[in-house]
Design a protein around this ligand. Structure first.
Ligand code: PMP
Length: 280
């Protein structure tokens, strides 16, 4: 696998960063994951816009040209021969030289790392048969709108889900669903509306969330951006999650209770298909 580190394309064995990198020491870093479908980048511009916003929120400098970043993405797709998969990009505040909580001076160069990997996205079993989820307490910090690499709470939640025999975890705060451990979460309520929590500091503004809501609007489906409780989720007509690498995955069971008849929801499948059509 060929990776990219600060201006160089390198074999993965040679791709490395300093032990003093603030991404490593303080999780002082932001990232993006862009899907590749049919060799093409999905929603690239939106991912880069969110990256720039994450940087701005953290006063992390962004000395890159978007055309150049696109070129790096495409080169990784090509060099690693990827038809379907993802490109991961991480930008850190750079090498701090010594451990210090304060941000280093402005001259410190950020660290930019990218790599690509293959992944089955379109013909994925989970999109066809749906997934089982369990709810977990949302113990994350209060700036979940910034896409940082501080992912330990999400990692713990996924591990808990696995140990419970589920496929993924759904975060819950004060009795209401915030989002999935690495996705946004939606229900189809009994008014046949798509319901999902509105954007604020408690969730990541998902690029796929935005794309799916836009498609739903074009299809004339009612949307309500309002939190829903665990019970509302369990009693919903449909539940589904979205993210760059899952697109749309129906949820068929939550906390060991079937959602509807325990089959992937029709609307979730339809939205996934329309989205895929648009990407072709
Ligand atoms: N929420 C969280 C917490 C995530 O980690 C992700 C995926 N990175 C998402 C939502 C979905 O975002 P996107 O659709 O941009 O992949």
């Amino acid at each position: 696998m060929i990776a990219y580190v600060n201006g160089q394309f390198l074999p993965e064995e040679e791709a490395s960063v300093s032990v003093f990198d603030r991404g490593f020491l303080f999780a002082d870093a932001v990232y993006e994951v862009t899907a590749i479908i049919n060799g093409k980048l999905v929603d690239f511009e939106h991912h880069m816009a969110r990256l720039q916003r994450s940087c701005a929120e953290l006063q992390l400098s962004f000395p890159y040209d978007l055309a150049e970043l696109k070129q790096i993405h495409l080169q990784l797709v090509q060099q690693n021969n990827i038809e379907e998969g993802l490109v991961y990009l991480q930008l850190t505040r750079g090498n701090a030289k010594q451990r210090n909580f304060l941000y280093p001076d402005k001259q410190t160069k950020p660290t930019l790392v990218l790599f690509a990997q293959k992944m089955k996205i379109v013909e994925n079993e989970k999109s066809k048969y749906g997934i089982k989820v369990v709810t977990v307490d949302d113990i994350r910090w209060q700036r979940c709108d910034i896409k940082t690499v501080a992912l330990l709470a999400a990692s713990m939640a996924k591990e808990y889900a696995k140990q419970q025999g589920a496929d993924d975890a759904i975060f819950v705060k004060n009795g209401y669903v915030t989002e999935g451990s690495s996705s946004n979460c939606f229900i189809i309520n009994h008014q046949n509306q798509i319901q999902t929590r509105g954007l604020n500091n408690e969730i990541l503004p998902g690029i796929t969330r935005q794309a799916i809501l836009q498609l739903a609007r074009e299809q004339g489906i009612d949307i309500v951006e309002k939190p829903f409780s665990i019970d509302e989720m369990l009693e919903a007509k449909e539940v589904f999650i979205t993210s760059a690498t899952t697109l749309v995955w129906p949820v068929i069971m939550a906390n060991n209770q079937l959602i509807g008849e325990g089959k992937p929801g029709k609307l979730a499948i339809r939205l996934r298909e329309i989205y895929l059509q648009k990407l072709k």
